[in-house]
Write a protein that binds this ligand. Structure first.
Ligand code: SAM
Length: 256
């Protein structure tokens, strides 16, 4: 499959983001950083130019991070940021398609980060990604996710138009093959994670979510992962407990 080309977007990416959404993407992305000081080993997926990683490393001096991104230009910026911080020795960079990435056997991540990254994949690919990472999650590990979302109610139509326009723009600019937001909850639930917290921004167009490894033992999780198909209907996976943490953005569970 041809690689998505984010290289020529690496430098202008930050400014394009501010031009289109002002400070909102950054607000969504950085929201949980103060709560992540306990983390010791992070897997950071598709961080792009490294703005999030640099802030995370600065806030948490004990953190070691594995970074996966397939854009050399994005990774150059990320590397420069971590070097400027004097934190390059705490970062291992993997320039690879995230779907081909296999964590080292000894890696036990207590934190996984995916900001505006899962939207580069289909639901089935998110399931595959979560399945590949799941055996390397430490007990109590959390995933922090920022994503676009389609809320219910009056905000649905403008959100749908914005998301479609973004996919169209990214298809032209980067060759992105995904055409719609994946139902990432399917992949995460299947990998033994449960939604713990969700905050919506911009009337539900942006979401920040925290998912946590549930109490299942590792072997049981693997069994569960193997036995359940990665279904595409998110609502089938949302347990009552997960529904309770939902802010139910005005009228209900936002559809992706
Ligand atoms: C939309 S940007 C998001 C950047 C950043 N996380 C943010 O919050 O804005 C997507 C990033 O994921 C990377 N990426 C896209 N598809 C990928 C893949 N299949 N494997 C690894 N990295 C990928 C791109 O190179 C880019 O840096």
């Amino acid at each position: 499959m041809p690689r998505t080309q984010f290289d020529h977007l690496a430098r202008p990416y930050r400014w394009l983001e501010y031009l289109t959404f002002g400070p909102m993407l950054a607000r969504c992305r950085f929201r949980r950083i103060p709560e992540l000081t306990h983390a010791r080993r992070a897997l950071v997926l598709g961080d792009g130019d490294g703005r999030f990683l640099a802030r995370l490393l600065a806030t948490n001096p004990m953190l070691q991070a594995d970074v996966v991104d397939q854009s050399p230009a994005m990774l150059r910026l990320l590397r420069a940021r971590t070097e400027a911080l004097g934190a390059a020795n705490r970062v291992s960079i993997y320039e690879i398609d995230a779907l081909a990435f296999r964590p080292a056997e000894s890696a036990a991540y207590d934190l996984v980060i995916a900001h505006f990254f899962l939207d580069c994949f289909t639901t089935e690919q998110v399931c595959e990604l979560a399945r590949n990472i799941q055996p390397n999650l430490a007990p109590g590990a959390i995933w922090i996710i920022s994503e676009f979302s389609i809320p219910r109610g009056l905000a649905a139509l403008p959100a749908r138009i914005i998301v479609r326009s973004l996919y169209f723009a990214f298809r032209i600019l980067t060759g992105l093959r995904a055409r719609a937001l994946p139902r990432h909850a399917s992949g995460l639930v299947q990998a033994g994670l449960a939604l713990r917290h969700r905050k919506a921004f911009l009337f539900g167009l942006l979401i920040s979510e925290t998912w946590a490894v549930t109490g299942l033992s590792r072997s049981k999780k693997v069994e569960a992962t193997q036995s359940r198909p990665c279904r595409s209907h998110q609502h089938e996976f949302i347990s009552n407990q997960q529904r309770r943490v939902q802010p139910r953005w005005r009228t209900g569970w936002p559809r992706h």
